[in-house]
Design a protein around this ligand. Structure first.
Ligand SMILES: Nc1ncnc2c1ncn2[C@@H]1O[C@H](COP(=O)(O)OP(=O)(O)OP(=O)(O)O)[C@@H](O)[C@H]1O
Ligand code: SF4
Ligand SMILES: [Mg+2]
Length: 363
């Protein structure tokens, strides 16, 4: 394995190269029913201090890509370079060391916190596993972390997860994730299960932590409205592949892939160019099965621009400049770009854009 010291490395923080993940699907009686093409040849880079938003419909491979990136599951093939070191192929011990620097925040905060533990133990655990801190120093660090995420230590230290609201539990999960001062936090639908009012608060917390701690994020969500607040770069996934990727202002302002355009069209709001209210567009038909993806372009069965070539030739990502890439034989024309702030102003807050609101979460 080729490695360089992380201290003399000045390339991207994270560089995912040609990652493939496939699962064998079993039918009745354990008979092999086929191969699920969950992630197919995905590559992207993430610079220090930046946020990459990854969006796509359910089943498009976002969580699989996240798991392969942080090596919870080894990818079938491909490389994941973090601070110049390839995580794929690392020994367990090397991975444990690297994990101190890469943390994950999941959709269901209650699912990621041991219900029997008190908040102080939940947040202290990674400090025990990854640092040499003594008990006194650790207790002080836990208090500091709770304050950072906006929870009063005096009130919350002794509580157990089930004595917390959804928003409070997610704050504890975030405190735990940042305990070891990671460089990268991967958030998989981290606000999707929260009450509408709490979503915006947690987004603001992520933003504050990025500014104060210099964190980088991979921020996964179903829709483009949810990731708009944080993302410098956006990647749009469709059926295990990247349909489009690039700087947020270009992906939002001048989408080249018809799928991205449809996702943007599904967000209620004002057209950023005309200023006229946009009529939400709904994609017709179900996404095809990842067991049998269509030949050629995997979006062709739902694409209004599809032509013969789309059925026979798989489109590759083409760079339109400034790192803005789309995989389409007949891409949309560039439109005059609007500043990303102007675009953000035309979209609803993530809370209003999200359809997934968990009723269990109390403020
Ligand atoms: N362990 C597994 N075994 C078999 N198939 C799997 C496994 N994990 C994921 N898949 C399949 O891989 C595909 C991608 O799943 P994944 O969970 O990554 O999608 P997702 O984009 O995160 O979806 P969602 O938005 O619903 O969370 C799906 O078709 C899923 O059923
Ligand atoms: S390659 Fe063809 S089917 Fe695929 S998105 Fe482009 S136009 Fe549509
Ligand atoms: Mg998922």
């Amino acid at each position: 394995m080729t490695t360089v010291s992380s201290t003399d490395y000045d390339g991207p923080l994270l560089s995912v190269r040609n990652v493939v993940q496939e699962y064998v699907s079993q039918g009745p009686g354990g008979v092999k029913a086929g191969v699920v093409h969950a992630v197919s040849d995905v590559s992207f880079d993430l610079a220090v201090g930046q946020t990459l938003g990854i969006v796509g419909e359910t089943g498009s491979g976002k969580s699989t890509l996240a798991r392969a990136t942080i090596q919870v599951e080894k990818p079938k093939s491909g490389e994941v370079w973090f601070k110049g070191q390839n995580l794929v192929g690392m020994s367990k011990r090397e991975l444990k060391r690297a994990r101190r620097d890469i943390q994950m925040v999941y959709q269901d905060p209650f699912g990621s916190l041991n219900p029997r533990w008190r908040v102080e133990d939940v947040v202290a655990e990674p400090l025990i596993g990854h640092t040499t801190m003594g008990a006194v120093e650790r207790r002080a660090r836990v208090r500091e972390l709770l304050e950072l995420v906006g929870l009063s230590p005096d009130i919350y230290l002794r509580r157990r997860p089930l004595e917390l609201s959804g928003g409070q539990a997610q704050r504890v999960a975030i405190a735990r994730a940042i305990a070891t001062n990671p460089a990268l936090v991967v958030c998989d639908e981290a606000i999707s299960s929260l009450d509408v009012l709490i979503q915006a608060q947690i987004m603001n917390l992520f933003e504050k932590l990025r500014a104060e701690l210099g964190l980088s994020y991979v921020f996964i969500a179903h829709d483009l409205a949810t990731v708009k607040q944080l993302s410098d770069q956006v990647a749009v996934m469709h059926l295990g592949q990247l349909a489009e990727v690039g700087p947020a202002e270009l992906v939002y302002g001048s989408p080249r892939h018809p799928y991205t355009s449809a996702l943007l069209g599904s967000i209620p709001g004002l057209d950023p160019v005309t200023g006229i209210a946009r009529r939400p567009v709904t994609l017709k038909g179900e996404p095809p099965s990842p067991l049998h993806p269509p030949s050629g372009c995997r979006f062709r069965t739902r694409c209004p621009r599809a032509q013969e070539k789309c059925a026979v030739e798989e489109p590759k990502l083409v760079d339109f400049g400034a790192g803005h890439k789309a995989a389409c034989h007949f891409p949309l024309d560039a439109v005059p770009t609007v500043s990303v702030d102007a675009l953000r102003a035309t979209m609803p807050e993530p809370a209003l854009a999200s359809s997934a609101v968990a009723s269990r979460n109390r403020a």
